[in-house]
Write a protein that binds this ligand. Structure first.
Ligand code: ATP
Length: 557
């Protein structure tokens, strides 16, 4: 294999990127590195630097669970459980644990050939294709062979990629700047190309080959979703737009981007992972749309004109049972609300125009999201009530002139939800339950983000069904990094949406706050730990609620 860049150099660069706090320096270091390697390596490096081992748009199947990584690390280094959990407590990051343990192993690798980015790529390919019976052992063997050859620093970054937790601070915007600087292309051109192809690897490779201008939005390359800005009241929303806008029902399901090219349909989740096989009947319907299209919409559990509980979707997403059974128990409808591509990209056309084309292409084939014109606060309030009465979550209000801003929480879309807030938090510890729940892990401590740190804000015992608790039990076991009898610390990975009655000050949790009567509304498999709510938001809810308590009494909700 000639010429692939050594993994050691890549790891050292990421380490430098991580160490400096200056964003400018991060950009400089990574761009200097990119300009010294070939286009193929740049593709791998840019993708890995964002914590992904495979192209966006596929399930990241090369990822390896914490328990497997810990097991292999113990085998390779001879470290005992105590030692490993001590190291985890010290660092709070599995990559750093690997670095420490690999540094202390008795025998350092003798291998004379250093690992390269190509070696890593080919291992990922094999990890992805290891499926079915015996694949657990194969995967373990593949990871072990990497650790046997890796230096401590290389091991650290192998783990970071395999867990998808890079934490170097090289966020998408900075990566774009690095690509722009490395290949002397204007930042705006890079940012735009990134939106269109979604994948940082393809972006870097195209820039290296001077082919950015040729990148186009294409079906089967998912792009980031446009997001909505939350607002609290109809009055605030009416004042924000000051004109007639579309009020759409806020459906409670999973966001989906459906791509059709020729006779084939692929559906992607909010995390840009392919979920087509979970919803074959949706794909079958969309296959009847004329032309090549990219649709945006929500897959909703729905039957006889009524929404069904969201929880029904979870099993379908995880494909736990055969499709016929799942479709019978949880029939779904795809509600389309936007069109990003119709033979050509439409993201720069105003929503009004996109909707006109969507209606032409989709009416009579699938179901369009309900949309009505509103302007005054009273009209917004009435539409909101109607939506809630029908069992939906609220409204998404959209400016007819707004462009489709990929990956942005633009002010062109605004959401109004039920007034009781929920918080997205990540589970950091768990416990076996009591009584009826003695054999299962049913108590979860969850945390919000405070800068780089996670701060706990509560513990939930309720909200999940027995079947969901059984699944959670297996998941928590898999994520355990340290166990003390019935209590365990888990790697922060499962995101839950928690409903609560109010926020209180608390000394019990290190955030300084506790949620009162927290209950898990749902597991947000579509969100990653980097997308959870912040401590800042919790304290804003706390202040708002004080205002409410201390302000004039409000009318009935
Ligand atoms: P939430 O937790 O409120 O669903 P989110 O962070 O997943 O929020 P946002 O963009 O903030 O995403 O809120 C809008 C979400 O509402 C979309 O991601 C989508 O899943 C859902 N949704 C339901 N109906 C619509 C609609 N008609 N238009 C746009 N989004 C809709």
């Amino acid at each position: 294999m000639t010429g692939s860049a050594p993994l050691g150099g890549f790891a050292a660069v990421l380490e430098d990127v991580k160490r400096t706090r200056s964003k400018k320096e991060k950009v400089r270091i990574f761009s200097d590195y990119l300009s010294g390697i070939g286009a193929g390596d740049a593709e791998t490096a840019a993708r890995l630097a964002t914590g992904r081992s495979s192209q966006r748009g596929s399930r990241d199947e090369a990822q390896v669970g914490y328990s497997t990584l810990l097991e292999v690390l113990r085998e390779v280094t001879g470290a005992g459980r105590e030692k490993v959990s001590g190291a985890y407590l010290k660092h709070g990051d599995l990559g750093e644990v690997a670095e420490e343990l690999l540094g202390e192993r008795r025998e350092q690798p003798l291998f004379s050939e250093p690992l390269t980015l190509d070696d890593l790529e080919s291992t990922f390919l094999r990890l992805r294709s290891a499926k079915g019976k015996g694949s657990g052992a194969t995967r373990k063997g593949l990871v072990k062979s990497l650790f046997l050859r890796a230096s401590p620093l290389e091991g650290k970054y192998v783990v970071k990629v395999l867990t998808g937790e890079m934490r170097t601070g090289l966020v998408a915007g900075l990566l774009e700047e690095a690509v722009a600087r490395a290949y002397s292309v204007p930042k705006e051109v890079v940012a735009r190309a990134h939106m269109l192809v979604g994948d940082p690897g393809l972006l870097a490779a195209a820039a290296a080959r001077k082919e950015l201008g040729a990148l186009k939005m294409t079906p089967f390359r998912p792009v980031n979703f446009m997001l909505a800005e939350p607002m609290a009241t109809p009055d605030e929303i009416a004042a924000h737009f000051e004109k007639e806008v579309y009020a759409e029902y806020k459906y409670d399901g999973v966001r989906a981007q459906a791509h059709k090219l020729g006779g084939e349909v692929r559906i992607y989740s909010r995390r840009l992972e392919e979920i087509t096989s979970s919803f074959p009947e949706v794909a079958a319907t969309l296959r009847r749309v004329e032309g090549n299209v990219i649709l945006d919409g929500e897959i909703v559990p729905y039957s006889d004109g009524h929404p069904l509980p969201f929880q029904l979707l979870q099993r379908r997403l995880r494909r736990l049972e055969d499709f016929e059974e799942a479709a019978r128990k949880a029939p779904v409808t795809f509600f389309a609300f936007d069109l990003l591509y119709h033979g050509e990209a439409l993201t720069d056309a105003p929503l009004k125009e996109r909707k006109r084309i969507l209606e032409g292409a989709f009416r009579g084939v699938g179901t369009l999201a309900h949309s009505e014109p509103v302007k005054e606060a009273s009209e917004i309030r009435a539409a909101f009530r109607r939506s809630r009465d029908l069992g939906y979550e609220g409204l998404v209000l959209k400016d007819p002139a707004s462009l489709y801003t990929m990956g942005k929480r633009g002010s062109g879309w605004v959401k109004l939800k039920e007034e009781l807030d929920t918080i997205d938090a990540v589970i950091v510890a768990a416990e076996y339950g009591n009584g009826k729940r003695a054999g299962v892990i049913s108590d979860y401590t969850f945390a919000v983000r405070d800068g780089d740190a996670l701060k706990t804000i509560g513990k939930a015992y309720s909200g999940l069904s027995d079947a969901e608790i059984a699944e959670m039990t297996a998941k928590m076991k898999e994520l355990t990094v340290e166990s003390h009898g019935h209590w365990m610390r888990v790697s922060p990975s499962v995101v839950v949406e928690v409903a609560f009655d109010s926020v209180q000050r608390s000394e019990r949790h290190d955030s300084g706050y506790a949620l009162r009567f927290p209950r898990i509304k749902r597991v947000r498999a579509d969100k990653s730990a980097s997308e959870i709510d912040t401590l800042e938001r919790v304290s804003a809810i706390f202040s708002k609620q004080r205002l409410k308590l201390e302000g004039p009494p409000r009318g009935s909700r």
